[in-house]
Design a protein. Structure first.
Length: 134
């Protein structure tokens, strides 16, 4: 079997031609929002299991908050310690910002659950790097 190699620029050009300008912009916006929807879904699933369930409006607000806060690009596992420390600082800042922006939409119980989720996932990311010698 031979690997399939896709030229990203050519692929995007073909998609744009196939969809047309207006639909292509919708496609780009949809793809840009997918990580936020995924992240909000993971947060909502956790909060729903340990506190009162989120309603549709609260989930929509979590998606919007997640969209507003740019995702972080993880450094390679072999990155120098100073780069990793900066990444960990930015991760903590991002999680705090997510929590603060969610405060107006969630109950105290839900906020507490979200805080635990963000702390747990942040610790898991840090532990992954520690396993590789940092």
């Amino acid at each position: 079997q031979f690997p399939i190699v896709i030229n990203a620029a050519s692929y995007e050009k073909d998609i744009k031609q196939l969809l047309g300008e207006s639909s292509y912009q919708e496609y780009v916006e949809y793809n840009a929002g997918v990580p936020a929807v995924k992240e909000a879904g993971e947060m909502a699933n956790y909060v729903n299991t340990v506190s009162s369930p989120l309603n549709g409006s609260q989930i929509d607000n979590l998606i919007e908050v997640s969209r507003q806060i740019a995702p972080l690009k993880s450094p390679p596992l072999t990155a120098p310690a100073d780069e990793l420390n900066r990444f960990f600082e930015l991760l903590d800042q991002r999680n705090n910002e997510l929590l603060e922006k969610s405060r107006q939409y969630l109950s105290e119980q839900q906020l507490s659950a979200l805080s635990r989720y963000l702390q747990t996932t942040g610790n898991a990311v840090k532990a992954r790097y520690q396993l590789y010698g940092h």
